[in-house]
Design a protein around this ligand. Structure first.
Ligand code: C2G
Length: 137
């Protein structure tokens, strides 16, 4: 049983997130996803639009996802790898190199990000749309 593990905020879930999870799942027999809690995200300096419970429910609903756990700290990865007997740790390549210290515990794979989509861009588009609507009133 090859277990794949990945971490993320998955705010305003979009095709970039889905493509990452699909490719991660294809690297093993089961996929575990650690979703960043709202508190942990505040520590990352990230304000999420969608609360943790909803972000976790959306990811859990995907047929390619076997389990969702909360991501509450930067330090939990090594314990999670041990706890779930993880074969492969996966992240998008915006994190390339950042988790190489885990290479003694499992395979570490960085996958190319999906171009043209990001939560930040979605937020910017929504803010612009709101401004246009206000100006049209
Ligand atoms: N991603 C992607 N393509 C995009 C956007 C995101 O492949 N266009 C990937 C990211 O590289 C990441 C995953 O989707 O692997 C989740 O992205 P975020 O929710 O932005 O995750 P992040 O806030 O970077 O949290 O401990 C690690 C952190 O929790 C990662």
């Amino acid at each position: 049983m090859n277990t794949v593990l990945t971490y993320g905020t998955f705010d305003l879930f979009h095709i970039g997130h889905l493509r990452l999870l699909e490719r991660a799942r294809a690297l093993g027999d089961r996929l575990i996803v650690a979703v960043s809690t709202d508190t942990f995200n505040e520590g990352k300096g990230k304000r999420t639009v969608i609360p943790y419970a909803d972000r976790a429910a959306i990811v859990q609903a995907l047929k390619i996802v076997d389990e969702v756990i909360p991501e509450e700290s930067w330090e939990q990865k090594r314990d999670d790898i041990r706890r779930f007997n993880v074969t492969t740790f996966v992240m998008g390549d915006d994190w390339a190199g950042k988790f190489d210290d885990l290479k003694d515990a499992c395979d570490v794979v960085y996958l190319p990000r999906t171009d043209g989509i990001s939560t930040t861009e979605l937020k910017q588009s929504m803010a612009l749309l709101g401004q246009i609507i206000r100006e049209l009133r």
